[in-house]
Every structure is written in C-alpha cells, then in structure tokens.
Design a binder for this molecule. Structure first.
Ligand code: NAP
Length: 275
C-alpha cells in the first residue's frame, strides 16, 4: 500500500493522519498515512531512511519545514517564495516539494467563508513560517493593500522585501508596520502568530477590527478561544485554523494522488465531532 506521513517533532497531536485517512476513504484511494517523529537535527537521515523503506511522500511540520526546503530538489513557485516546504513526494527525477499552507488559507477565506480578497485591505500578523507560507498566495489574490506586521519588525521587513516583486506583479501595495503602528481597520485580518500558545495579549491593536472584518486565526482548539472572543467582542467575524488545515491537506492530497478530496465535507464532519 502507498505510504505517506506527517514528519515533525512532535507529531503525536497531528490531525493529518485522520484527515488523510478520511480523504482516502471518500475518494476510494488506497493508501496509509502515518506519523513520523524525527529527532531534532535528524531530519535528513530520518527522511532518507523512510524513503528507502518505501515512503511515497508526506507533509512536514514544525520544526522541519526549512530542512525540507533545503532537501527538496524541485520546488514549486509558492515553496520558493515561502522558502519552506510542507509537502513532498518522490518522482523519477527526484524529490518534489510544495507549500500548500497559503493556498489552504486562501481557499478557506474565499471559498469557505465566501469573503473576497480581491481589492480588500488585508492585515497579515506574523512573519514566522506560517506567515511566510501565507504571504505569496494572499498577494496572488490581488488585494488592494496588504500590511504585514510582526513582533520582530525586521523579520516582517525581510519577508516583505522577498515578496516585493510578487506584490508589484499582482498590483498590491505591500507594506510593513510594527505591531502597535498598524493604522486603520481591515477587511481581512490573518493571525499567523503563535501568541495564543503562551496565552499572550492579542498581537494587534483593536483598531484594526470593525464590524464586518473577517479574522482568521491559524490556531484552533481551546488555546485559540481567548483571541477569538477578543476579536468577536470588537465586531469581527472569526474563523479558526481548522479550515486552513483541512484545505492545505486537500491540496497536498491532490498533488500526490491527482484527485481533489471533498474538503468541505470533511470540515463539516470534524466540526460536528468537535460539537
Ligand atoms: P514560528 O515560525 O515559530 O513563528 C511564530 C510567529 O509568532 C512569529 O511571527 C513570532 O514573532 C510570533 N509570536 C510568537 N509569540 C508572540 C507573541 N507573544 N506576540 C506576538 N507575536 C508572537 O511558528 P509558525 O510555524 O509561523 O506558526 C504560527 C502559528 O500558526 C502556530 O500557532 C501554528 O500552529 C499555526 N499554523 C497553523 C496552520 C494551519 O493549517 N491551521 C498551519 C501552519 C501554522 P517573532 O518573529 O517576533 O518571534
């Protein structure tokens, strides 16, 4: 049977095996999708051993997305922009890699939430791995303006600089700001920070939100709730990161199998199971 895996450290918490098992069931694909936890510093030897043992491809999560990018031989355009890979697979000509996080986010906003990005004023909060994966696909949707903010402003500036040409090509006014220097309100706000993990204060000023703002927090689960409540109290419509997670998985599944799984159905099932 074709074998795929989520590769990371840790991976015990990952929902990807359940999501891909359901995708396989619904599309009639025969495959297994496992967890592969590799030791810190052990990505290359671990992934090579897994390949020799018959792995066909997989996803990569924290902290190995950069290692994966350096190991992959054939990068997609969106992986090159992000300088990170969350999806890989093997072909006769070598290792292929992509980054499906951003397209997963975009689909959750435009298709699942039904909110257009074209012409919108967008705030992306966070310039870590997740922010880097999101920026290129967000710009591709041609918002009128995208402000990138991050606790460490230099990191946001470096990421924006890497995307400057892409932004120009898509007619987007791309700028950076410190967390407390963000001005005006936005149509769409994406929280790509890990601030909720530590129970920190919301990583943006309340003035960024107004009635009708769509806030997407890439996090999901109990730790994401205080931020969601805060954003809702300021008039925003809030989505957690479950939709993005399932959509990025669907794109990876499509890259491996050539079949697009019914992401919306799987999302509805998982939300029902979560109550
Ligand atoms: P990362 O590379 O470690 O980056 C962390 C980001 O959070 C950086 O921008 C960091 O700012 C910021 N940050 C951390 N603590 C903060 C605080 N107290 N206040 C303000 N900013 C803070 O992590 P990542 O891979 O980007 O992941 C970020 C989040 O996205 C995680 O919660 C992850 O679970 C989630 N995620 C979800 C999906 C999905 O499919 N739903 C996919 C990918 C990631 P500095 O640069 O200043 O340190």
């Amino acid at each position: 049977m074709d074998r795929y895996a989520i590769v990371g450290h840790p991976v015990a918490h990952s929902k990807s095996p359940d999501i891909h098992a359901r995708f396989a069931e619904l599309t009639g694909q025969t495959l297994v999708y496992e967890r592969l936890e590799l030791p810190l510093g052990g990505f290359l030897s671990g992934i090579q051993a897994a390949r020799a043992a018959g792995l066909r491809g997989g996803n990569v999560t924290v902290p190995f997305k950069l290692d994966a990018y350096q190991w992959v031989q054939h990068h997609s355009a969106r992986a090159r922009l992000a300088e990170a890979c969350n999806t890989f697979w093997f072909e006769a000509d070598g290792v292929h890699g992509d980054n499906t996080d951003g397209i997963g986010l975009v689909r959750d906003i435009t298709q699942n939430a039904g909110v257009p990005l074209r012409g919108a004023r967008v705030l992306l909060v966070g310039a870590g791995g997740a922010g880097a994966g999101a920026l290129g696909p967000l710009l591709s949707e041609r918002p009128a303006e995208l402000v990138l903010t991050n606790r460490t402003v230099a990191r946001a500036q470096a990421l924006a600089q890497r995307h400057a040409h892409w932004a120009t090509q898509h007619g987007v006014a791309l700028s950076t700001a410190g967390l407390h220097d963000v001005s005006g309100s936005f149509d769409v706000v994406v929280n790509a920070t890990a601030s909720s993990l530590n129970g920190a204060e919301p990583p943006l000023p309340a003035s960024a939100l107004r009635g009708g703002t769509l806030v997407v927090d890439m996090m999901y689960g109990p730790k994401a709730e205080p931020f969601a409540l805060w954003a809702a109290a300021h008039g925003a419509t809030v989505r957690d990161g479950l939709g993005m997670l399932i959509e990025q998985a669907a794109e990876a599944f499509f890259l491996w199998r050539g079949v697009m799984p019914p992401a919306a159905q799987v999302m509805a099932e998982r939300r029902a199971a979560m109550g």
